[in-house]
Design a protein around this ligand. Structure first.
Ligand code: HEM
Length: 413
């Protein structure tokens, strides 16, 4: 490995602001690269990552580190969960064989058929959100559109009352902070306190719905048994629900925001979609490919293995960079350009692949599709509002999130 490469520190917020030149250099010079300061390997090539996610028996999500609250190091913060809350786990991301039993509990709700019944509701929600601000010449697009939509949708699918959304947002924002990088003790305590409040709120809702079930996923989970053998325990059900709420909320927000950012930066691509709406679906894939909201996830090596000529010892951590795979020139021609007609745009790994592929992929795609369909129907001459954008992103190894996006437009018709 060249010294040059050894200096690429993907943990550096400046690099995170624009990952892509570093991904390219890593792909060219060290596709499986060891970062000694973080004691971790980084994988950036599409085929390597595809191999990794298709071999969960070798590259695990689990091993304690990743399932039982790896995220808060401070003992006092961890004690808050132990004393006032529940074990923080990730059953939906467990390793096989138990994984499929947890996934089975939720898959039907997020399948193509399961989502179809929410489409009229999603369209209505999109139209209502646009109606709220369309008479103004400019908006804070993330706060006034990208964030409220997925929240409302996932809260409805799960069965949280709409009036609780403002509080759910506070808990959700605290939950994802652990992915930002190292948190101060103070911040860890805050995350733990809010996490415990969220857990206790969820279990209260589960208990209510056990007595008074509604047509929603929490009611179903409240009655569910694991593999037909035993009822779900409180910590399992809480962890499934909070994972779905966060998953359903944050990443889709980032995807819609990035979509608008890319369209305004590439006006000829926006014009193509305006002229031919059959391209919308592919445009959504191209957005997910170019600005993958989940840039990467760590996996643990369960046995000594060799990948692209590099030996990975048992116990090592490999950070798979979905965002790099999606710009691998061996997979995608001119990988850094937006091409709404790109034939293989949908082969991206923004939702990963294989057993851990995102169960919310269909829901997110439907939300993005309806959102952009309506936005393009109603807004013309969309621009970035001068002086209000710096196009910066939140720091962190996992998520790709624009901090803000202010747009101006003219109303069509
Ligand atoms: C654009 C939006 C989204 C993106 C880019 C995204 C991305 C991902 C990725 C890359 C993974 C695999 C992580 C890994 O193990 O390496 C994943 C897993 C997961 N996602 Fe999403 N996600 C999105 C939306 C959603 C939605 C809407 C939900 C909830 C309904 C959700 C819930 C989950 C859950 C529960 C998992 C764990 C699955 C498992 O390990 O079997 N995500 N997501």
């Amino acid at each position: 490995m060249s010294t040059d490469i050894a200096h690429i520190n993907l943990f550096d917020p400046e690099i995170q602001e624009d990952w892509y030149p570093s991904y390219t250099r890593l792909q060219e010079q060290a596709p499986i690269c060891f970062l000694p300061n973080h004691n971790m390997y980084i994988a950036t090539k599409y085929e390597d990552i595809r191999y990794i996610v298709r071999h969960p028996e070798i590259f695990s999500n689990q091993q304690g580190v990743l399932t039982r609250d790896p995220l808060l190091a401070d003992p006092e913060a961890r004690a808050i969960y132990a004393e006032h809350g529940f074990d923080r786990m990730f059953p939906l991301s467990a390793d096989p064989p138990i994984h499929k039993h947890y996934r089975k509990l939720i898959e039907h709700a997020f399948s193509r058929n399961g989502i179809r019944k929410y489409e009229p509701f999603i369209k209505q929600a999109v139209v209502a959100l646009i109606d709220e601000w369309i008479d103004r010449p400019e908006i804070d697009f993330i706060e006034e559109f990208c964030a409220p939509l997925p929240r409302l949708v996932i809260a409805t699918v799960l069965g949280f009352p709409v009036e609780d959304i403002p509080q759910l947002v506070v808990w959700s924002a605290a939950w994802v902070r652990v992915w930002e990088g190292e948190l101060s003790k103070e911040d860890q305590l805050d995350v733990a306190r809010k996490g415990v409040e969220f857990q206790n709120y969820i279990i209260e809702k589960v208990r209510e719905k056990r007595v008074n079930p509604q047509d929603d996923l929490i009611s179903e989970l409240a009655q569910a048994s694991l593999n037909g053998e035993r009822p779900l325990q409180d910590d399992e059900i809480i962890s499934i629900i909070d994972h779905l709420f966060i998953g359903g909320n944050e990443t889709t927000t980032f995807a819609i925001a990035s979509g608008m950012w890319l369209l305004v930066k590439n006006p000829e691509q926006m014009a193509k979609v305006r002229a031919d709406r059959s391209l919308l679906k592919n445009m959504v894939e191209e957005v997910l490919r170019l600005e993958s909201p989940t840039q990467g996830m760590p996996k643990i090596v369960m046995e000594d293995v060799e990948l692209s000529g590099i030996s990975l010892p048992k116990g090592a951590v490999v950070h798979v960079r979905y965002g790099a795979a999606n710009r691998d020139p061996e997979k995608f021609a001119c990988p850094h350009s937006m091409d709404v007609a790109r034939e293989n745009a949908g082969s991206h790994m923004a939702f990963s692949q294989s057993i851990h592929s995102c169960p919310g992929a269909t829901l997110s795609r439907v939300e993005m599709l309806i959102a952009f369909e309506q936005l393009l129907n109603r807004l013309d001459d969309i621009e970035f509002t001068p002086g209000k954008n710096d196009f910066s992103h939140a720091p962190g190894m996992v998520l790709r999130a624009l901090n803000k996006l202010h747009i101006s437009y003219k109303v069509i018709g």
